[in-house]
Design a protein. Structure first.
Length: 278
């Protein structure tokens, strides 16, 4: 059996080999090394540690990640059978009004459509260039929205920004537009090995690795560590929180569906949710 043929391992959905925090960046092209793109690993019983991209070892241990490397590393771990949960700091979807505006029926349909209109996973593309080209498109081609349009999970927080709000402190618009096509790529490549929460269900299937959207601002002060940049601190806090909650036996309660009405459940099926928002 080859490395890429290792089957998912059965087990309790709250038990993982590794807890990953990724503070994302949508700057530049997908091959650019970005100081704002940070990865921290936490292992059971160990402090979260900064991870350098594999391609940089052993000569360039301080090298920054590229978005392509992040996606390929997650895929490699899933194929190798490592059971991880990765919290990534960008929106995984758009508001329900976006789905209605462009007649999209589901999250998989949204991923296909979004990657066609925002191909930021391709070598040449940048969010900035694609945004600049919007003026020459018809309304139906633009695939965007107003900066005051929110998802339900964002309205359940005190400070989350709209996925359409660019150029302000704390904005996730650029990173989300750069990251969502990589979610589609991972989903296409990994098949059943990855559980994209909560789109694939609120309770992750035993044996699968989990990819979830996180919002580091609600965790940052809880796991403060001196000497880190803001991006490092966010990735560190996410990895540490995931490991901490798993160690307390509390991670499963965060996977559980929040108290939503039937109408809200239908909205969230398209929009997704932020892990930790209750």
């Amino acid at each position: 059996m080859g490395k890429e043929d290792v089957p998912p391992r059965p087990g309790n959905p709250s038990r993982f080999d590794c807890f990953i925090g990724i503070d994302y960046s949508g700057a530049g092209k997908c091959l650019a090394r970005l100081k704002g793109l940070q990865w921290y690993d936490a292992r059971p019983g160990r402090e979260a540690a900064k991870l350098a991209p594999p391609a940089s070892k052993p000569l360039m241990r301080t090298a920054n990640w590229t978005r392509r490397e992040v996606a390929h590393e997650l895929l490699a771990r899933a194929r190798a059978g490592e059971r991880f949960i990765a919290g990534i700091d960008h929106c995984f979807s758009m508001p329900k009004s976006y789905f209605e505006r462009y007649q999209l029926s589901s999250w998989p349909a949204f991923l296909d459509d979004f990657a066609r209109h925002w191909p930021t996973h391709e070598d040449h593309a940048t969010v900035e260039a694609l945004r600049a080209a919007l003026g020459g498109l018809t309304e139906s081609q633009r695939r965007t929205g107003p900066p005051d349009e929110f998802r339900l999970t964002e309205r359940w927080t005190s400070s989350a920004k709209s996925v359409f709000l660019f150029g302000v402190p704390g904005a996730v618009a650029t990173s989300s537009h750069a990251g969502i096509p990589w979610l589609k790529w991972l989903r296409d490549q990994a098949g059943e090995r990855l559980h994209f929460w909560p789109f694939d269900g609120w309770e992750p299937a035993p044996g699968k690795s989990v990819i979830a959207e996180v919002y580091p601002s609600i965790l940052r002060r809880r796991y403060r560590q001196a000497g880190l940049t803001g991006d490092e601190q966010d990735a560190h806090a996410v990895a540490t929180w995931l490991a901490d909650m798993a160690g307390r036996g509390a991670l499963a309660q965060y996977f559980a569906m929040p108290p939503l009405t039937e109408a809200e459940r239908k909205v969230v099926a398209c929009e997704g949710w932020v892990l930790g928002v209750r």
